[in-house]
Design a binder for this molecule. Structure first.
Ligand code: PLP
Length: 382
């Protein structure tokens, strides 16, 4: 029995999304740039998907650019905006971003940009006052994620966006984890750029979306054909784009369920683990958190050992820590939050979706206390 609780890594393709994609993988294979009627059918499918994505977030279709994933959308947002404002050389971001932003920030620093990293509090949230203080007249762009992939903690994005707008600094938000789990409405949220990735909301992998607000100047980072209004060259991934449109439509349809049934499953899982396992610590803001995510630190243990035991039982979860060059570094997110090392090393992320059922939670609650007890017994004999 597969118990899949790693939905912040990726989600299952909804069968209805696959069905919508299939014609474009089989018979409707034309290039949307082709003049003939066959190509124009593909063009129509791409533009319909663009309308679906725009409608889901309160945008206009012409503000939507399809990319080859969340990483690429982040890169286009950041590199594209900086390239359009060459007179400004300061970039503001946070310590808890996804690597697709953090590694890019490090590269920008190597290229001579001044980069300011804003910290977070113990709950994992950015302080808007710190953000405001970080900006200067030289600030070209700020990038702050909407919801964190490891903890699910949601940033005060409305307040941050209003501060940035008042300072006339474009704000990019990586909303890869929030779209499909939270209502996102750019008609009320004054961000300049917003990233999404279809595979986080039961769409296909390898399709990202960048929303670009009116008046935000972005230069293309991939040059070639005139696709995506000259902002992202390359023949469109027609099936993937069609799947993204259908996936976001379904995600909006299921948004209520995400906040009731999925939240209920998550809360039962979390409460059960905290009650049944000694020295288990919930991580991250309780109130401002995605409804599907629980991150729990099992003090004194190594996350990798826990994940292996769970995996042997068919349970898929995740840890935030990266295993680099043999040394186990605790996650940069938990470090930024000041989570004590003994807890951070044993932090496990459970991330649910609308495809999870009560039985999944039952299974984890049955397996986990024994598994943790076994690991602790091994630790004690060391
Ligand atoms: N940003 C966040 C917050 C993510 O969780 C991910 C997922 O891996 C990405 C960006 C990158 O998306 P992708 O893997 O589609 O490039």
């Amino acid at each position: 029995m597969l118990v899949y609780l790693d939905n912040n890594a990726t989600t299952a393709l909804d069968p209805r999304v696959l069905e919508a994609m299939m014609p474009y993988l089989r018979e409707q294979y034309a290039n949307p740039s082709s003049i003939h009627y066959f190509g124009q059918q593909a063009r129509h499918a791409v533009e319909t998907a663009r309308e679906q994505v725009a409608a889901a977030i309160g945008a206009k279709p012409r503000q939507i650019v399809f990319t080859g994933g969340g990483t690429e959308a982040n890169a286009l947002a950041i590199r594209g905006t900086l390239a359009a404002r060459p007179d400004k050389r300061h970039f503001v971001t946070t310590r808890i971003e996804h690597d697709s932003v953090l590694r890019l920030a490090e590269q920008l620093a190597r290229e001579g940009y001044r980069v300011t990293y804003i910290g977070v509090d113990r709950a994992g949230r950015v302080d808007p006052a710190e953000f405001e203080a970080a900006m200067s007249d030289d600030t070209a762009l700020a990038s702050i994620m909407h919801a964190n992939n490891e903890t699910g903690v949601i940033q005060p994005i409305q307040a941050l966006a209003e501060i940035a707008a008042a300072r006339r600094v474009p704000l990019h938000t990586d909303a890869t984890q929030s779209v499909g789990k939270l209502p996102v409405d750019v008609s009320k949220l004054p961000v300049s750029l917003l990233t999404m990735a279809a595979h986080k909301f039961h769409g296909p992998k390898g399709v990202g979306v960048l929303y670009i607000a009116r008046g935000t100047r972005v230069l293309p980072q991939l040059l070639g054909g005139h696709q995506e209004r000259d902002l992202r060259a390359g023949t469109e991934n027609v099936a993937g784009v069609v799947g993204t449109g259908e996936a976001i439509r379904l995600a909006i349809e299921h948004l209520g369920e995400e906040n009731t049934r999925v939240r209920g499953l998550r809360d039962r899982l979390e409460a059960g683990l905290l009650a049944g396992i000694p020295a288990a610590h919930p991580i991250g803001d309780r109130e401002h958190r995605l409804p599907n995510t629980a991150n729990i630190g099992f003090e004194g243990l190594q996350a990798e050992a826990i994940l292996m035991l769970l995996s042997n039982e068919g349970i898929c979860a995740s840890s935030g820590s990266a295993c680099s060059s043999g040394s186990l570094e605790p996650s940069h997110v938990l470090q930024a939050m000041g989570v004590p090392e003994a807890i951070a090393h044993g932090a496990i992320r459970f991330s649910l979706s609308r495809f999870n059922q009560d039985a999944d939670v039952d299974r984890v609650l049955e397996i986990m206390p024994r598994a943790i007890e076994r690991l602790r017994a091994i630790e004690r004999t060391r």
